[in-house]
Write a protein that binds this ligand. Structure first.
Ligand SMILES: Cc1ncc(COP(=O)(O)O)c(C=O)c1O
Length: 395
């Protein structure tokens, strides 16, 4: 029997969910900038008569519920992550919130990384605790420790980031998948730092993937968005229900921009990885740098796991300034090409000071980040220019 042909990642990024418009032939999904749709009699939603080729423009009633441009993006992301269904949101945080509230109910307990993104920590610590969901930070890099934490009390959900923001910690997704399954917990991986091009957690045993599509998938620092991709269609239905009930959807233009970004994800990620590797190697030997965090360095404690589960080591690099916090702040103010700003994953390089910027909400908690830490989002500019810029800023 012939195995059905499965297109490669780059092909899916350009074609999945993006058949030419069956009516006009437009080769990219148009921006359906519309809130509501004419019905032919009560319950008479349009498009059914066009058949399978038009499934993405059929059956629309109201754009909080469904929109064809958004649907095209969802179909593409489902293919890129190898899931059963995906839903996109107005932001990465909206995606995380919807997933957690679709899965957990008041009284449930969750494990989170002890070095999670500050906004994720804030969501658990300041919002979901008020809703009756408790959490415990654990070191996700140690699957045995996670297993031990699961024996204390029932856990509904294990939230993993890998690589983590901003310390680039690496968790073994396959090992955590086994641990979660044995404990009857759901394994969620925030795949924002890797992108689906570098890592596909669902194929390694995760139940759900979360993205801030603001980052690598959008890729151009011009749109905020989020996504959840799941393997279980029943969970997909729950998410669909909750998103429609709550209304945390992206607008059609934002969905279109994100889909346009996704088309070039593979080629951008290749260059992000190459540039970041060169920069990490330069930083390791620089006298103003005390420590470098990049999973592509053989000295990184997660290097072997990253090499096993990732297709490249990504574009994020963090380092500690030997001169301490004032020097870390000073470096952030002296670059020319690395723009001082939050966010990451765009084509342009960014630099930031996590302790007072992206991770200020973790100050005073177990997740507080080192005060001498600088985080780089390495873009796809000429790497020699980026290296020269950093050398000048480091002094
Ligand atoms: C790892 C990670 N997850 C989630 C988010 C939240 O995404 P958004 O800013 O799109 O809400 C971010 C944002 O920086 C992030 O870095």
């Amino acid at each position: 029997m012939q195995t059905p042909h499965r297109d490669g990642f780059e092909t899916l990024a350009i074609h999945a969910g993006q058949e030419p418009d069956p009516v006009t032939g437009a080769v990219v999904p148009p921006i359906y900038q519309v809130s509501t749709y004419k019905q032919d009699g009560v319950g008479g939603l349009r498009g059914k008569e066009l058949g399978e080729a038009a499934r993405w423009i059929e059956g629309y009633e109201y754009s909080r519920t469904d929109n064809p441009t958004r649907g095209a993006l969802e179909e593409c992301l489902t293919a890129l992550e190898g899931g059963a269904r995906s839903l996109v949101f107005a932001s990465g945080m909206a995606a995380s919130d919807c997933l957690i509230r679709a899965v957990c109910k008041p009284g449930d307990h969750v494990l989170i990384p002890d070095d999670a993104y500050g906004g994720t920590f804030r969501l658990f610590d300041k919002v979901l605790t008020g809703w009756g969901v408790t959490y415990r930070p654990v070191t996700m890099q140690d699957a045995t420790g996670v297993q031990a934490a699961l024996t204390d009390r029932p856990v509904r959900l294990i939230w993993v980031e890998t690589p983590t923001n901003p310390l680039l910690g690496i968790a073994d997704i396959a090992a955590l998948g086994r641990v979660a399954r044995d404990a009857g917990a759901l394994l969620v991986v925030d795949n924002t730092f890797a992108s689906p091009y570098l890592q596909q957690p669902l194929s390694l045993g995760a139940d759900a993937v979360v993205h801030s599509t603001t980052k690598y998938i959008g890729g151009h620092s011009d749109v905020v968005g989020g996504a959840v991709v799941v393997t279980d269609t029943a969970l997909g239905d729950d998410l669909y229900f909750l998103r429609n009930a709550v209304g945390s959807v992206p607008g059609p233009f934002d969905a279109w921009l994100t889909l346009r970004g996704a088309k070039t994800l593979a080629v951008r990620m290749e260059r992000h990885c190459q540039n970041a590797q060169r920069i990490a190697e330069m930083l390791v030997s620089h006298p103003a740098v005390a420590e470098v965090y990049y999973p592509g360095l053989p000295s990184h404690p997660g290097h072997e796991v990253a090499a096993k589960q990732m297709h490249g080591f990504g574009g994020m690099v963090s380092f500690r300034a030997r001169g301490g916090p004032p020097e870390a702040v000073g470096i952030c103010g002296r670059t020319r090409l690395f723009t001082l700003g939050e966010s990451l994953g765009g084509v342009e390089s960014l630099i930031e000071y996590p302790a007072q910027m992206t991770h200020s909400s973790a100050a005073g908690s177990e997740l507080e980040v080192p005060a001498d830490l600088v985080r780089l989002s390495v873009g796809i500019e000429s790497v020699d220019d980026l290296i020269e810029d950093l050398r000048t800023a480091l002094g």
